[in-house]
Design a protein. Structure first.
Lengths: 317, 288
């Protein structure tokens, strides 16, 4: 059952009303995540990565498309029917300070998970809390301390303990490293990897840090302005990037050998209230042609498992 | 050894931190001590007062303060000290009672509006706007005129107009807490709405609410005195600081103690509550 697909997202859409206009936050996003693997979701800030995360967890409701969890469509089921699924998927947020209720001790924060799902007796819950804290590298003696008494890295560990408390299979990591020091980032990455190996976790790892994504992911989806523009296995994407946006993203990563491909990205991402005609990337694309301003490219499979949404790439074939 | 020390330091709750900061503010502690004393005096006024509030001493009208009448007597020879204590009792009952009612209504309405949003929010906040758009003193006067004089009417009138401000405050706080990630995390775990409201949102907005309660009490007491001053408050012979002040104004040049005593008590009470409120505000806003 190694290749079983745990999460499948089909043509997901989400628009936010801004006055009379609509923000096209997520536009036609599709991908699969196999059990025990990690999908890296990369893109500039504001491109809709976090919205995708909240849509999958049904924290907000999509305006179109489907979310299939372990073969069951959870897009439109009621909150009550969703509760067993909530137990199986969890989230770790970017800002650990804001993710922990300041009025609860860390022990209580984790115990809430068991209370919500009516699991275990009082003694069992207490024991589980200690095991979980131990597992993520926090001294269980500090279970009665409050979140503000811990460092950022420790707080993120507590968030991870909460996320694995219910033995969830799928965890969304929404930029879990961005608020941390580089040295702490490495420890958290290590912890996430260990947990994945031990518990067989499946991750959706959202980040704008390509080095981290490259390290952790099995496959990668690149988002631009609410759309997936390229989606492939990690080796394929890093070895043979096809979309001009991916190419510029990759070349923006500083390397020890000095700059190789000097493709610089000009300008800012366009306003998602008023996306450009045609390909969303066309105003900034270094190799755009006429058709890019007229037609929206669709995500096409150019080689096995490698999807690209670009007219130029499709024409070249 | 070192570990033991650490352990003791950890586990300090939000509230114990606030109490620690509050204690450092001498004026606030002073205010709190006074508030406790005043509440005690108010509750036990019937046992502490040397005379009944309406006992008339015709032989001793307009007596300046002496050993028999600690704060002197008024135009009917009633003991001003006893009347001050009964006024305090009434002010405290109206102040705390109305404020408790205001807090309950304000919390319920503000929390529902902020949490559910959408149409519920819209309807509730438009009601608040309507109440807000009236001058509240005028509304109080109208309500007392309709309901008739007396403490119960004052209580109703003050509560009916006062909850709008509390509801607005609670709604704003709820909105800001609702957007924090720990609420999202609870939702993602499948926590019910009532669980989120009572375990996640309420404990995180209660600080500013407590500040609002304490800073609102002097306002309520002043409103009671204000209504009594213009003859719309308590029914004589029941005393009230406002009523005593209005009775004393004509006598100010001859018997200044008649005015100074109730005015002094009013100021002292309001200041005490305000000092507690300021201390709370500073303790709540100070960062670790």
């Amino acid at each position: 059952m190694k290749d079983r697909i745990l999460i499948s997202v089909r043509n997901l859409r989400k628009y936010f009303p801004r006055g009379k206009a609509l923000v096209h936050a997520v536009e036609d996003v599709s991908f699969n995540i196999r059990k025990g693997e990690t999908l890296g979701l990369v893109g500039e800030s504001g491109c809709g990565k976090s919205t995708v995360a909240r849509l999958i967890l049904r924290l907000i409701n999509p305006d179109g498309g489907n979310i299939i969890f372990d073969g069951i469509d959870i897009t439109n089921i009621s909150e009550k029917a969703l509760k067993p699924f909530r137990r199986r998927m969890q989230i770790v947020f970017q800002d650990p300070v804001s993710s922990l209720n300041p009025q609860m001790t860390v022990g209580t924060i984790i115990k809430e998970q068991f209370a919500i799902h009516n699991m275990g007796s009082k003694q069992e819950r207490e024991k589980w809390v200690e095991e979980l804290l131990e597992r993520v590298g926090i001294d269980p003696n500090f279970k009665d301390a409050y979140p503000h008494e811990f460092s950022g890295g420790q707080q993120q560990r507590i968030c991870i303990a909460r996320a694995i408390a219910l033995k969830s299979e799928f965890i969304v990591c929404d930029e879990p490293l961005s608020a941390l020091d580089v040295s702490v980032q490495a420890q958290i990455i290590k912890l996430l990897e260990e947990l994945q190996r031990e518990l067989g976790l499946t991750y959706l790892f959202i980040s704008h840090d390509l080095a981290v994504v490259k390290h952790l992911s099995n496959s990668i989806a690149v988002m631009y302005l609410g759309k997936v523009v390229e989606y492939a296995e990690k080796e394929e994407l890093f070895g043979n990037p096809l979309h001009p946006y991916t190419i510029t993203l990759l070349s923006s990563v500083p390397s020890l050998k000095g700059k190789e491909a000097d493709v610089e990205l000009k300008g800012e991402p366009p306003n998602p209230i008023n996306p450009p005609e045609g390909c969303p990337f066309n105003p900034r694309c270094p190799s755009k042609v006429d058709i890019c301003e007229r037609e929206i490219p669709t995500l096409e499979e150019v080689s096995k498992g490698h999807f690209v949404a670009c007219h130029i790439v499709s024409d070249r074939r | 050894m070192k570990n033991d020390k650490n352990k003791k330091k950890m586990g300090r709750s939000y509230w114990s931190n606030i109490w620690r900061k509050f204690k450092r503010n001498r004026l606030a502690v002073f205010g709190l001590v006074f508030v406790v004393i005043l509440i005690f005096l108010g509750i036990f006024a019937p046992w502490l007062a040397p005379y009944p509030y309406d006992e008339v001493h015709y032989e001793a009208v307009w007596t300046p303060p002496n050993r028999q009448f600690l704060a002197g007597t008024d135009q009917l020879g009633r003991d001003i000290f006893s009347r001050l204590l009964y006024s305090l009792r009434n002010a405290i009952f109206v102040g705390l009672g109305a404020q408790a009612f205001i807090t309950f209504i304000g919390l319920t309405i503000g929390l529902s509006a902020g949490f559910y949003g959408g149409t519920i929010d819209n309807i509730l906040m438009r009601i608040v706007d309507i109440i807000y758009s009236f001058p509240s003193y005028l509304l109080n006067i109208i309500l007392v005129l309709v309901l008739g004089r007396g403490y119960f009417s004052i209580f109703i009138a003050i509560s009916a107009t006062g909850w709008a401000g509390m509801a607005r405050l609670v709604r704003g706080q709820t909105l800001s807490v609702k957007s924090r990630d720990f609420v999202e995390a609870a939702r993602a775990s499948g926590a019910s709405n009532s669980r989120i409201m009572f375990r996640y949102i309420l404990p995180n907005i209660i600080g500013p609410v407590i500040y609002a309660i304490f800073s609102g009490i002097p306002g309520v007491m002043l409103l009671e005195s204000g209504l009594s001053l213009i003859g719309l408050g308590v029914r004589p012979p029941m005393p009230s600081w406002g009523l005593m002040i209005s009775e004393a104004t004509g006598q100010f040049l001859y018997n200044p103690y008649m005015l100074l005593a109730p005015a002094g008590m009013l100021v002292l009470t309001l200041l005490s509550f305000n000092f507690v409120a300021f201390g709370l505000r500073d303790a709540l806003s100070a960062r670790e």
